[in-house]
Write a protein that binds this ligand. Structure first.
Ligand code: ADP
Ligand code: MG
Ligand code: MG
Length: 360
């Protein structure tokens, strides 16, 4: 009797017609990963393809199908997931990739873990959040970004990466409302100089890609074309600018207290002053020439956590890239903030329990 683990293993081999092996068994070839998946509903449209919810044996997964014109993003994203040791709870979990020939057209797929809450953008448009959730979300995003930015161990292959398209639509919300960073199709990796030299790290573009990030999230130095594209530090700093905008979007949707829903309506950054799909020139005018940034909200001013978070946003989107904090520092500060909030919440809960007990 075969062991149950074999019975339960997905049937990923198919018989190929060409004959038998030397022992007389039919030749087995792996079935295309794509053929093992059934696609259900379309759950997202990105700039360059569609994302579906699908089923792979018993697991619900997400499948991103790239448009035929965006091969570079597929190559880059697969390369990053498969070779760069990106296992981290705040980076979207990769499952597999495939390309299939459909009547002379190649369709390129990437399968990842599925998150039913969708992107941070999807979530914030439909939900408001409380202070502990806000800090938890921000901390998890900073942790994911810190993992991307940090070279850990060249021997194991984790080099430093910069995302280059960080925005609320490219960050997903997990069941416990922590987040994970997705859409690595534009990332670049750091090239470390040999030890014992004074050289600065430079940048490796994984495959040539004419695409740039999303205009709305472009930093002043991208908009005025002074970003040094040979310096890895510059790409990290541009990610940090975008992180500031992401934090601001989250901050607006946070209620001041858990029982009063006074959150600001959802807004994209600069939505109050710029139309949909702003042009590069419009963005340059607002962010670089006029030096505008997303505004504060009246209700934030007498709340210390809100002030703290808005101050943090302002530091992240500073004009001078060299003055912005690193993702590591942001993560560290948010961890402290989260711990103190947790303690406060715990204390108020204990106090109210004591009060409750006294009134009984
Ligand atoms: P693109 O590279 O085309 O922008 P993304 O990877 O950003 O594609 O995905 C587009 C959208 O699809 C996201 O904004 C999100 O709404 C949805 N999406 C992507 N991956 C997942 C996933 N794993 N689980 C749930 N929704 C997802
Ligand atoms: Mg995207
Ligand atoms: Mg993309």
């Amino acid at each position: 009797k075969p062991s149950s683990s074999i019975n339960e293993a997905p049937d990923i081999f198919e018989e190929v017609s060409e004959g038998l092996d030397r022992c007389g068994h039919p030749l087995l070839a792996p079935i295309h990963f794509a053929k093992q998946i059934t696609l259900d509903e379309k759950i997202g449209i990105g700039g360059y393809g569609c994302v579906y919810r699908g089923k792979w044996h018993d697991e619900v997964i997400a499948v991103k199908i790239f448009s035929s014109t965006d091969e570079p993003s597929w190559v880059r994203e697969v390369y990053i997931y498969e070779t760069l040791g990106l296992n981290h709870e705040n980076i979207l979990r990769y499952i597999a990739a495939d390309n299939i020939d459909i009547s002379n057209r190649i369709e390129r797929w990437i399968a990842t873990e599925y998150h039913e809450n969708g992107s941070v953008y999807d979530y914030l448009t439909d939900h408001t959040i409380t202070v502990p959730t806000m800090i938890k979300m921000m901390f998890s995003i900073a942790s994911g970004l810190c993992h991307l930015h940090r070279p850990i161990d060249a021997a194991r292959g984790k080099v430093a990466l910069a995302h280059r398209d960080l925005k609320t639509k490219n960050i997903l919300v997990k069941k416990d409302l922590t987040c994970c960073i997705a859409d690595l199709g534009l990332a670049v990796k750091e090239k470390r100089p040999n030890r014992n030299t004074e050289e600065k790290p430079t940048v490796i573009d994984i495959v040539a890609n004419h695409r740039a990030g999303t205009i709305r999230y472009m930093s002043p130095e991208i908009l005025n074309k002074t970003l040094n594209d040979q310096s890895f530090e510059s790409y990290k700093a541009a990610d940090i600018y975008a992180l500031g905008l992401v934090f601001w979007e989250i901050l607006r949707r946070c209620q001041t207290t858990a029982d009063v829903n006074d959150a600001d309506p959802y807004q994209l950054p600069y939505e109050n002053i710029l139309p949909n799909n702003p042009s590069f020139e419009q963005m340059h005018g607002i962010v670089y020439i006029k030096k505008l940034r997303p505004p504060s909200s009246a209700r934030w001013t007498n709340n210390s956590t809100f002030c703290y978070v808005f101050d943090c946003c302002q530091e992240l989107w500073l004009e001078d890239p060299a003055c912005r904090p690193s993702s590591y520092r942001v993560q560290k500060q948010l961890r402290e903030q989260y711990q103190s909030i947790e303690i406060n919440y715990l204390n108020t809960r204990i106090e109210s329990q004591i009060e409750g007990a006294q009134t009984v």
